[in-house]
Design a protein around this ligand. Structure first.
Ligand code: ASP
Ligand code: MG
Length: 431
């Protein structure tokens, strides 16, 4: 059965990392193997900046940025292939020329369409180099264009997958012909052939789409951390690795803002009971984390998630009326229209509280619209803490010395909103 491996930008950020990727793959002899790769390092950000420069009139800034992209990718090629760079250099040069040509052709189109036709080149470049390097290192590969495999609608920058059409396109890729199949994460294509993207950090989702459609045995996401943790190890000095959690638990963690796996990744795997393993590409001996059907370990360790730069809105009807369903419907409708997500929603008889990401371009129009019809109290620079499987003692310890401005709790999830100033620095999970 097929294995699907996904490598993010950090695991292929330069020639040394690509070499390490080759060594890693040489150890895995199992076939069929599909390898899904992101753009190198921060290339996607660089392409977004290139697009902005292009839309502002394609001056020196645009040309400098294009040249930097070209130089960085060619530097990796030269470092990997030494004097034998010929065919790979040509392919990289051809992609850069094509990127320049395509973006010009579509410059007059709406931004999100233009974005997808431009930004997809990060993954096309990275997979071209990775695939050539694996060949060079003695592994047979087949480079596949994900825009021809992952069929989507034309909702650009957040394309929706056509599962049936994708299953048809990938048919046969689970046949073992000895080759490693190398393809791009993050990108897809419409039935008409326009390039699309699945949303930032969407390569995990790409791996899940292919695994789902191929009825794969397992998906492995190779990361620069050994696995999943019960809190962000950069913020919590005693975060613990979670070795085994269920799909449902992982979906909850991702939904509440744990930045481990793209939230859309898990549904398609859960449906086919395909396990997802998160492993370190730096330390192959480190124990991995696995997400699967087993729910037994979910409640053993509390998990903590911090979301910063939050804004709390307390919305009240002006006329002593109740915050009934009709008013909630009205307010949440405006939230949806503004394209905002509330990490916490809590209602009372005469109040609806929303804790939102402080996304100024979206937040300010929403607040203005609400203020026209409701009494709105607002607080900025807050931190939303979500705790899964907490007991009272843990919550009390976490709240000590912090002013709780809003809260919500159900059987397995507790949330508290604190002033951001009381939440900075390193946290310690109380025993
Ligand atoms: N390269 C894309 C991004 O940076 C997709 C990904 O890395 O998953 O958003
Ligand atoms: Mg990336």
């Amino acid at each position: 059965m097929t294995q699907v491996f996904k490598f993010g930008g950090a695991s292929i950020q330069d020639a040394a990392a690509i070499r390490r990727l080759g060594e890693l793959l040489a150890r895995f002899r199992a076939r069929p193997l599909v390898v899904v790769v992101s753009a190198m390092g921060k290339t996607t950000n660089a392409l977004e900046a290139l697009l902005e420069a292009a839309r502002e009139g394609e001056g020196d800034d645009y040309r400098d940025r294009l040249e930097t992209l070209r130089r960085e990718h060619l530097a990796a090629v030269e470092s990997l292939f030494g004097t034998r760079t010929g065919p790979v250099t040509e392919r990289v040069e051809a992609l850069i020329t094509e990127l320049d040509r395509r973006h010009r052709r579509h410059a007059g189109r709406e931004r999100s369409f233009h974005y997808d036709q431009t930004v997809c080149f990060g993954e096309l470049l990275s997979t071209t180099i990775v695939s050539a390097w694996l060949e060079e290192a003695g592994m047979a590969t087949q480079w596949l264009d994900a825009r021809e495999l992952v069929v989507t609608d034309d909702c650009h920058q957040a394309a929706n997958v056509d599962w049936q059409a994708t299953a048809e396109r990938v048919r046969g890729l689970d046949r073992d012909d000895g080759r490693i199949r190398v393809t791009q994460g993050f990108i897809g294509g419409t039935a008409e052939g326009a390039s699309t993207t699945l949303g930032r950090e969407g390569s995990d989702f790409s791996a899940a789409i292919l695994a789902h459609c191929l009825d794969a045995e397992e998906v492995t996401i190779w990361k620069d951390v050994p696995g999943l943790f019960n809190a962000d190890p950069r913020r919590f000095d005693n975060a613990l690795q979670l070795e085994q959690i269920s799909y449902g638990e992982a979906i909850e963690l991702a939904w509440h803002g744990a930045k481990v796996i793209h939230p859309k990744t898990l549904g398609p795997l859960q449906q086919k009971a395909i396990p997802l393993t998160v492993r370190s590409f730096q330390d192959l001996e480190a124990p991995p984390s696995t997400i699967g059907r087993d729910t037994r370990f979910d409640t053993q360790t509390p998990s903590l998630i911090l979301r910063e730069a939050q804004t709390l809105l307390e919305i009240r009807p002006r006329d002593f009326a109740f915050m009934d369903e009709a008013r909630q419907h009205d307010i949440l409708g405006r939230l949806v229209e503004a394209g905002l997500h509330a990490g916490l929603i809590d209602s009372g008889a005469m109040r609806l509280s929303l804790c939102l990401d402080g996304h100024p371009e979206r937040l300010e129009p929403l607040v203005a619209s609400l203020c026209a019809d409701y009494a709105v109290a607002r607080r900025d620079d807050l931190t939303l803490l979500t705790v899964r499987h907490a007991d009272d003692a843990l919550l009390a310890a976490l709240g000590a010395g912090r002013d709780c401005l809003a809260e919500r709790r159900n059987a397995d999830t507790a949330q508290r909103v604190f002033p951001g100033s009381q939440c900075r620095g390193t946290w310690h999970i109380p025993a």
